[in-house]
Design a protein. Structure first.
Length: 289
């Protein structure tokens, strides 16, 4: 949500109004509940369709944990969208379409911080492939009803895929005609991300800010579990064609495309030998504090 502010402000600078939204799945360190939240587990939001809601600054989990979308709603002073991913790609597509209709949007830009949405599944650092794969598969389906563009903000800044791995995927997209353009984080956008990060905890998006401010070298995030190499590449956003990415550069989205729900999508990736963030969170939950 915080990283997506950069693309939102780019749209605004071009004379295009924007709305922001995200997924109802907080990192385990924020919400110690394994997996995403269903629509009936979200408090203080207004449903729009069966898998989307409008959140405000008071929107929380049943335990009172505030969603990142609620924090950004407070920052913007207006509602944001929450998508329930538990129903799999088809439900995600329906939620996106319902939100677009409710908010009169004619284009959806799907922003991923780091670039693991373009993972192949064999990258050593890959840790959270499931949500990205389901969202991209849902985006492809939603493209029949709303214009769709993908975006990678801050390549390598989440400590999963390296920047080199992300650039290799972007090159594949370019070869297939799917790389649409690249934009660099401006000082004003970097300042707003840093400001929003005081309200919404985020390490990955802040690394892009550091890159934009000229910081270089290797740093640790996620309590030392991840390392990020900072350089000017981390301040870039790469835009791509969602359909071409799905066909040529996002095998994990193809693997989950027909999944009836999130559990089936998880099983599809497990069948490829890929451990997901859902497996990780369930393990941590059963281990206890």
């Amino acid at each position: 949500m915080v990283g997506a502010l950069a693309t939102a402000r780019l749209c605004e600078s071009l004379g295009t109004e924007f709305e922001l939204g995200g997924v109802a799945w907080e990192r385990f360190d924020v919400d110690p509940h394994p997996g995403p939240r269903r629509i009936d587990e979200i408090r203080g939001a207004r449903p729009i369709g069966g898998s989307a809601l409008l959140a405000d600054e008071r929107t929380t989990t049943p335990d009172g944990t505030r969603f990142a979308e609620a924090g950004v709603a407070a920052h913007l002073g207006r509602p944001t969208v929450l998508i329930d991913v538990t129903g799999g790609p088809r439900a995600v597509s329906a939620g996106i379409a319902a939100a677009a209709e409710e908010l009169a949007c004619d284009l959806a830009i799907y922003v991923d911080v780091g670039g693991d949405v373009l993972a192949r599944g064999d990258e050593p650092g890959l840790a959270s492939p499931l949500c990205d794969a389901v969202m991209l598969a849902g985006a492809v389906e939603a493209a029949e009803r709303i214009g769709s563009v993908g975006a990678v903000f801050g390549p390598g800044c989440d400590g999963e895929l390296t920047a080199r791995e992300v650039l290799d995927r972007v090159a594949e997209l370019g070869g297939a005609g799917g790389w649409l353009g690249t934009w660099g984080l401006t000082p004003a956008a970097a300042a707003e991300i840093a400001e929003a990060a005081r309200v919404v905890p985020t390490e990955a998006s802040l690394q892009a800010v550091h890159c934009a401010r000229g910081v270089t070298g290797e740093v640790e995030i996620r309590g030392g579990r991840r390392r990020v190499t900072l350089d000017p590449v981390g301040a870039l956003t790469f835009f791509y064609d969602v359909g071409i990415a799905h066909e040529h550069a996002a095998p994990l989205a193809r693997a989950v495309a027909g999944a009836r729900d999130l559990e089936a999508a998880r099983d599809a990736l497990a069948g490829l030998g890929i451990r997901t963030e859902l497996d990780y969170e369930r393990s941590r939950f059963h281990e206890g504090p």
